[in-house]
Design a protein around this ligand. Structure first.
Ligand code: HEC
Ligand code: HEC
Length: 235
């Protein structure tokens, strides 16, 4: 049953635990002369990203276990305020930690602003990268029957019958994977893709037709319906 995506997300949950444990041991230690800045004083985007995000979202913003930040379509569909809110508050029930100090995290408000600005500055593409893309979020709940059809036409050739995994890509209905990600995350993946891994964006799916906003909602609802225990929030 295990898939690459579920295994890597399980691995990042373990990594999060190690990172948190690591932070606990820092305060109170004698200061090292070779450490020039206190963590809260770091203002360099590359350092902030490397130390706080790269472990899950990948070095240079891609090839991580979690969605790439280095993806022009993604940065075109998510606005700065939404990204800032996710980074500050995390996504409860998933491995995405809250980084704001007010939420128990380790970054100052200014550092979070610098991370958001740095992500767009480093990795946003041309202004029309997201032209015509379905909206980042939706409050419409999708239709399961239509979703099964969208899956068969647009996803099955890689992810196999019923989402169980195929020769090109792993399962998208693995219970341990689905219990670690929100519906918004599934939606993000369907629209923005994981181009660095060979998962297409909304425009380049297997049917040869761009996915409509309704089709995105439907296929997300269909995958989410396979989740063993519904997520309490953030779906
Ligand atoms: C051309 C092949 C291909 C098609 C078509 C495709 N995918 Fe993927 N998908 C991949 C690959 C490759 C990965 C990354 C490796 C893996 O998870 O096995 C991936 C990963 C995923 C992931 C996990 C991503 C993550 O970061 O957690 C989800 C969810 C997913 N695909 C859903 C879909 C859905 C829904 C569709 C149809 C709308 C679809 N895929 C169409 C190849 C494809
Ligand atoms: C321990 C692993 C981990 C770390 C560290 C981490 N993330 Fe995440 N991140 C995740 C996971 C898993 C998700 C998917 C959450 C969900 O299911 O909604 C995510 C989601 C996100 C999203 C929203 C994706 C979407 O659906 O639009 C953004 C933006 C993001 N992370 C940015 C960051 C930034 C910036 C950092 C560093 C300051 C960071 N993350 C650190 C694991 C991590």
């Amino acid at each position: 049953m295990s898939t690459r995506s579920s295994r890597s997300l399980v691995a990042i949950v373990a990594l999060a635990a190690i990172l948190l444990a690591g932070c606990d041991s820092l305060p109170g230690r004698p200061s090292q002369t070779e450490i020039p800045l206190r963590p809260s004083e770091v203002t360099d985007f590359a350092t902030l990203y490397r130390e706080n995000c790269a472990g899950c979202h990948g070095v240079d913003g891609r090839f991580g276990a979690a969605v790439a930040m280095n993806n022009a379509v993604y940065l075109a569909i998510i606005d700065h305020a939404t990204m800032r809110r996710v980074i500050a508050g995390g996504v409860s029930g998933t491995a995405m930690p809250a980084f704001a100090q007010s939420a128990g995290g380790s970054l100052t408000d200014r550092q979070i602003d610098l991370v958001v600005a740095g992500i767009y500055k480093s990795w946003a593409g041309a202004e029309d990268s997201g032209a015509g893309a379905p909206p980042y979020s939706s409050t419409v709940s999708g239709n399961l029957e239509n979703g099964a059809q969208v899956y068969a036409a647009s996803c099955q050739s890689c992810h196999g019958p019923d989402g169980q995994g195929g020769s090109m890509a792993g399962s998208v209905v693995d219970p341990s994977y689905l219990s670690l990600v929100s519906n918004q995350y599934l939606r993000t993946i369907v629209i923005a893709g994981r181009p660095e891994l060979g998962h297409p964006d909304w425009k380049h799916d297997a049917s040869g037709q761009p996915l409509t906003p309704a089709q995105v909602s439907d296929v997300v609802a269909w995958i989410a319906s396979k989740r063993p225990t519904p997520l309490a929030a953030n779906d």
